[in-house]
Ligand binder design. Sequence first.
Ligand code: PAF
Length: 274
Amino acid sequence: MIIVRTIEALQSAKEALGGSIGFVPTMGALHQGHLSLIQQARKENEHLIVSIFVNPTQFLEGEDLDAYPRKEDADIKICELCSVDILFMPSIDVMYEKDELCIGAPALSGYVLEGEKRPGHFDGMLQVVMKLLNLSAANKAYFGKKDAQQLALIMQMVKNYFMNVEIIPCDIVRDEQGLALSSRNVYLSIEEKQRALSLSAALKKATSLIRAGELESSVIKEEMKKILSVTDELEYVAIVDRNFQALHSVEIGNTIILIAARVGKPRLIDNLWI
Ligand code: PAF
């Protein structure tokens, strides 16, 4: 594995590769969820590039940019074990100039739910993903479904800007109790972890209601909210279509149920694709 920290070093490392390239962009603190993306990308491509970059432009004022978990040595070992060809670990100066043009999230799907709660987050996320996809020149790039809106917006950006990369959505990875894996889970105490399980429990409840024939969004959301009442702050429970517009009733094959809630310090998100 070659570790590169500059654009020039990345380009020359890439020149040595022939054949298809898979790319997994991350912000580090790698966990089993990242591993499943990396392993899938490893299987489906001749070469594999992973990036680790905690992107400042997608954190809002007051969010946890400085406290975001950083585990460089462990991450390097994990990438080595996963047979990554190139690990790209740029600094902020390598990625950004002082005065840059920006791309913005779309007005409808980019400013609801996460876009409404974290205004500007998606602009910064799209900006860095555009840069990383261009730099990697990958054939396929892998993103988790846990960040459902992020995934949808990246797919839209690739389509709108005629970018030559296939975006591969990957399933949410959960621990044995059902908690969706996230780098921020390290902040949860044992007691908070128990309450954090209410997110996946609420999604399970939604599944069983839908299986029993209940499709009305308001009824499903009320039942979910009862389970989620143990969280410290429930930001939203939403039942939306694949364009993130609210649905009065669940449409099988075109629905995502999303939750954002704070438990202790971390803000957790989870979702279910129906
Ligand atoms: O999902 C993430 O880890 C980040 O948003 C990403 C896609 C690596 C961009 O910084």
